[in-house]
Write a protein that binds this ligand. Structure first.
Ligand code: NAP
Length: 333
């Protein structure tokens, strides 16, 4: 028997609490199933929406063990690349939304959705990063793949104080880019400077859309959490052959722009989807994260470590007040 946080719906009411389960209670994960003893998970905004019922995150029916991220030790494996005793990471890809996720001491996961824990990353550090760090790394890799180098000039990051945005700032700084953080949270400015921002601009400087289809080129690259008119502004302000990686829609999902930045300046709009990122690229991204960030970065990014029973209260706090830094769930505590 083991502990798991179970989200259930009875008579239309959402209930959440720690229950005792046995491994027979875990849904079958298919022919390539890997059974993990889960060590850590993390609390993301998406998890908080699921746990509080504030957002429609659960798509696979109830009951469900939420948690979109997990790291654990393999107990039993039906795939060749992972064997008992190995450590593996799972993020997104329906975990905690359709499939049972990381808020249980044991989980059965489709092994094709797991990656091996990189050598220089502890299980806990992998969950300090979690989906936020992984998405941030994919965004930075997208700029690198499109030849945005530190020598090309400033890279702007929007929604910079957010979970993903602040990771992007940290990674770009560690890779010697000059990072301009765009943020609407003045109280986060010091934090952003500590994370490595060389300059900070207000959210309002970018959020109204461009005055002209092509403006003065300011940015060698951009990483955008916001979408909408902010992304339209970034596209108009990218330098020749610059690139913008779009991963979020904090301000809206619509994008009204023109093709001129693309066809007259050769700029690139790069989509980032951490959920469905293919496994080989996942493995590369996790290795890169492990090589770029050091122990101090992980310490500084950790806001708190909580147990399974503390997840419901922490979820409410995350939704109502927002939190800076990452919340790690010590599943075995
Ligand atoms: N594509 C993927 O794979 C992927 C993965 C994870 C998350 N996401 C998406 O990425 C976005 C950010 O995720 P996150 O976890 O970093 O969220 P988060 O921690 O809530 O951060 C979002 C940030 O965006 C800014 N913001 C919030 N509301 C805004 C508004 N109305 N207009 C402009 N800026 C606003 C804020 O930063 P400032 O106060 O500093 O401006 C906020 O901290 C979300 O849309 C999320 O769904 C996508």
């Amino acid at each position: 028997m083991f502990d798991a946080l179970v989200l259930d719906r009875t008579d239309g009411d959402l209930t959440v609490g720690v229950r005792q389960l046995s491994s027979d209670d875990l849904p079958d994960a298919g022919p390539d199933e890997v059974h993990l003893q889960v060590l850590y998970s993390s609390l993301n905004y998406k998890d908080a929406l699921a746990v509080t019922g504030a957002g429609k995150i659960v798509r696979g029916g109830y009951p469900i063990v939420p948690g979109i991220d997990l790291v654990g030790q393999v107990v039993e494996s039906n795939i060749d690349i992972l064997e008992a005793g190995d450590y593996a990471i799972g993020t997104g890809w329906q975990l905690g939304e359709v499939d049972w996720g990381g808020y249980g001491q044991h989980a059965k996961v489709d092994g094709n959705k797991l990656v091996r824990l990189p050598k220089y990353l502890t299980p806990k550090q992998s969950m300090v990063a979690g989906t936020a760090g992984f998405t941030a790394m994919l965004s930075v890799m997208a700029l690198e793949e499109h030849e945005v180098t530190p020598e090309d000039g400033d890279v702007v990051v929007t929604g910079a104080s957010g979970g993903v945005g602040s990771m992007v700032v940290t990674l770009l700084d560690a890779l010697d880019y000059d990072v301009v953080a765009s943020s609407g949270s003045e109280e986060a400015y010091d934090y952003l400077r500590e994370r490595g921002a060389t300059r900070i601009i207000s959210r309002s400087a970018l959020e109204n859309g461009p005055d002209r289809p092509i403006e003065t080129g300011k940015w060698a690259g951009a990483v955008d959490a916001v979408g909408g008119d902010t992304l339209a502004t970034l596209l108009a302000q990218l330098k020749r052959h610059g690139s913008a990686a779009s991963f979020g829609n904090a301000a809206g999902h619509e994008l009204s722009t023109s093709v001129f930045p693309l066809i007259l300046r050769g700029v690139n709009l790069l989509g980032i989807d951490s959920n469905t990122c293919p496994t080989p690229k996942r493995q590369v991204a996790w290795r890169r994260l492990a090589s770029i960030l050091d122990d101090e970065d992980f310490e500084e990014m950790t806001r708190q470590t909580i147990g399974l029973d503390e997840v419901p209260a922490a979820s409410k706090e995350l939704i109502n007040e927002g939190v800076r830094g990452r919340i790690v769930v010590d599943v075995q505590a």
